[in-house]
Design a protein around this ligand. Structure first.
Ligand code: NAD
Length: 307
């Protein structure tokens, strides 16, 4: 049993991670400023600290009181678009906020730091598909620049303070509780459109591809990262799904669903899919939930919310 502090645990992915940790018998506290997260996402058995990661004093109190052995860091400014408009804000949250947590972790003897990073935003239009962790990191927007920078700080603190570090580079995560405006919001958006019988919009040809990984698979990566070999790992399915292919999954759930194509969005990566072989070899992780099953569960969840 570990004492685990989950930052961003009121959000989409962090709440699933916190839930799984609790289910496995760990003691969990959630730290979140509720900027996009919701109170109702926080598992009942988790302690909750309504604190911002940019508030160094607030963090000291949390670390002194909860005494985490593991830091699972999911809190972030997650909008790539906002990072382009407000790079200073993005860096404050995603770089300085991470440094604050690293400093507090080092001071309070945290044994392991697990970080939610990103594959797609780091590799951009990668030369090799599916992309391994050795793919050159060429972030196209401040969001990816900040995630890359945070990874470097984590490796530095790990070497300097003997703290284990696990960096999980996620593909496009989808599932229940996702905000339709998130990074991989397309699954949430299509779910709402399919339920409301409204037209889905695809930007460009729809032949652009993504690696859609189900949030419960992603949460399992954090669980395996508690004991697994420290390192940097891609967390994706290795399967390339076009947006047209994704739409077909929803059309199978609602056969009167319509689609229209709008102009492609500037700067959009065309193909993005991750090779998670290293996570399989070192953590024993691989995606287990098929796209159809994951979309079915997500669709049912949005339906149950009365969406
Ligand atoms: P989310 O917005 O649902 O979760 C982020 C949580 O962090 C929210 O609960 C929010 O209230 C909290 N938060 C934001 N700023 C904070 C601050 N300054 N202090 C304290 N709490 C703060 O987003 P998500 O999709 O669950 O993303 C979780 C993590 O996974 C992020 O680090 C994100 O960059 C990363 N990630 C997500 C995806 C994806 O496909 N969703 C892909 C790659 C990486």
């Amino acid at each position: 049993m570990k004492r685990i502090l989950v930052t961003g645990g009121a959000g989409f992915i962090g709440s699933h991670v916190a839930e799984l940790f609790i289910k496995q018998g760990h003691a969990v506290a959630v730290l979140d400023n509720l900027s996009s997260g919701k109170r109702e996402n926080i598992p009942q058995d988790a302690e909750f600290y309504h604190v911002d990661i940019t508030d160094k004093e607030g963090l000291q109190k949390v670390f002194a009181e909860f005494k985490p052995q593991v830091l699972n860091h999911h809190a972030a400014q997650i909008s790539v678009n906002r990072s382009v408009r407000e790079p200073h804000f993005d860096a404050e949250q995603n770089i300085l906020g991470t440094i604050n947590l690293l400093e507090a972790s080092a001071r309070h003897g945290v044994e392991r730091f697990i970080f939610a990073s990103t594959g797609g935003a780091l590799y951009g239009d990668a030369p090799t598909i599916p992309s391994s962790e050795d793919t050159p990191v060429v972030p196209l927007a401040p969001y990816g620049i900040a995630k890359a920078s945070a990874e470097h700080y984590i490796r530095f603190f790990s070497a300097e303070h003997g703290m284990d570090a696990v960096v999980l580079r996620y593909a496009n995560v989808y599932g229940p509780r996702q905000d339709p405006h998130g990074e991989a919001g397309v699954v949430a958006i299509f779910s709402l459109k399919a339920l409301a019988d409204e037209e889905c919009v695809i930007y460009g040809t729809g032949k652009q591809t993504r690696d859609f990984v189900y949030v419960k698979d992603v949460a399992r990566a954090s669980l395996l990262a508690l004991e697994g070999k420290p390192g940097t790992y891609n967390v994706g399915t290795g399967t390339e799904t076009s947006i047209n292919g994704l739409f077909a999954e929803f059309a199978a759930l609602n056969d009167s669903l319509k689609v229209s194509h709008h102009d492609a969005r500037a700067g959009e990566v065309f193909r993005s899919v991750l090779n998670a072989g290293r996570a399989n070899a070192n953590l024993g992780w691989q995606a287990q939930i098929s796209l159809s099953d994951g979309i079915g569960e997500t669709y049912q969840w949005f339906k149950s919310q009365g969406s």
